[in-house]
Design a protein around this ligand. Sequence first.
Ligand SMILES: NC(=O)c1ccc[n+]([C@@H]2O[C@H](COP(=O)([O-])OP(=O)(O)OC[C@H]3O[C@@H](n4cnc5c(N)ncnc54)[C@H](OP(=O)(O)O)[C@@H]3O)[C@@H](O)[C@H]2O)c1
Length: 352
Amino acid sequence: MPSAAPFHSGQRRVLRLPLSLSFQYLPRPWPREPHANRAFAKAQVRPGPDTQTSSRRDPTGAGRPSLPAAVVTYALAMALPTPKENTTAIVTGASSGIGAAIARELARRGHGLTLVARREDRLKSLAEELAEAHSVRAEVIAADLTDADSRGALPDQLAARGLTPDILVNNAGFTTMGAVYLSDRAAELAMVRTNVEAVVDLCTLFVPGMVTRHRGAVLNTASTAAFQPLPGQAGYGASKAFVLSYGRALGAELRGTGVSVTTLCPGPVETGFAETAGVTDEEAAQSLPKFMWVPVDDVAKAAVEGLASGRPVVIPGTANRAGAGLAHLTPKALLLPLMAQRHPALKGGPAA
Ligand SMILES: NC(=O)c1ccc[n+]([C@@H]2O[C@H](COP(=O)([O-])OP(=O)(O)OC[C@H]3O[C@@H](n4cnc5c(N)ncnc54)[C@H](OP(=O)(O)O)[C@@H]3O)[C@@H](O)[C@H]2O)c1
């Protein structure tokens, strides 16, 4: 396989492949979802003497022998914009869990951050940690994303700080639990506003500027719950299916603009997610097999790597990728009654 080296964000990825290894660029018999930034990247290709080879083991390529004369040089602009002094990556839901881990991963790659969530104290301590550890500018904006006015104020708040958003991570989210007929109206609506409305609103607010500047990357956090309806978390599953569908469509619209869209679909991850849903860690651990749980740092790393290489969808963990595919393909008439029977939040109800 060609290199997947730990490039610094924004660097041009330059692959130099012997002809025999270039089969992956030949037409395939089945359609493949396009690289989010491929058309834009192609226009920038300037193979020349400064091209380097690199690999995961040897990122600089210094220790590698020169390749034979017959080589194919293929350059692909990274989907992640190069960090600049006045650019920032907005990360919503950065006060804990996956959002905090994504913020750490972006800071490690040199990106300035604007951390958004309600718990300002947590955001501030993360901002201090990132600024100290990675010498990046880390800003904090405390906001309730269910509130349209708070969301609408974000562009001006960034502009007032002299910041241009070139990465948007829509990660804030939570789930309610239990049957819809027993649900709390306010909680259901807050979930839809956070998981769906805020994603649409922030994309609508920030993507146009990215398109005008021809640089930008959007990462939306969905879930493996996006691949099938989810009895017991009906609104949550539907909200994540929305995020996946929306991200894929948006990515297709933005092809060739220099702006890419990646949808992250994690399976179970140990974060504050279960606690917010009123589930104990023990109950959460028992709800899904151990091999499906992926550590939060691995999820964040996969997400940012997927974003950097313009991947439309990232599902961390082999078991989750297989599970998502299977759930998507299995006839729902078979799958859903089983899921309703097994969901812990529906135990004792009519579906059990
Ligand atoms: N953990 C999992 O198993 C799992 C699996 C699949 C997908 N996901 C998705 O991953 C994303 C992150 O979840 P997590 O696992 O990291 O859970 P988490 O630790 O509970 O983090 C959720 C984040 O969302 C923020 N948030 C919630 N409501 C908000 C609001 N109204 N306004 C602003 N921020 C809000 C929270 O911040 P404040 O409370 O400070 O506002 C927190 O930072 C969510 O979209 C979730 O659906 C999680």
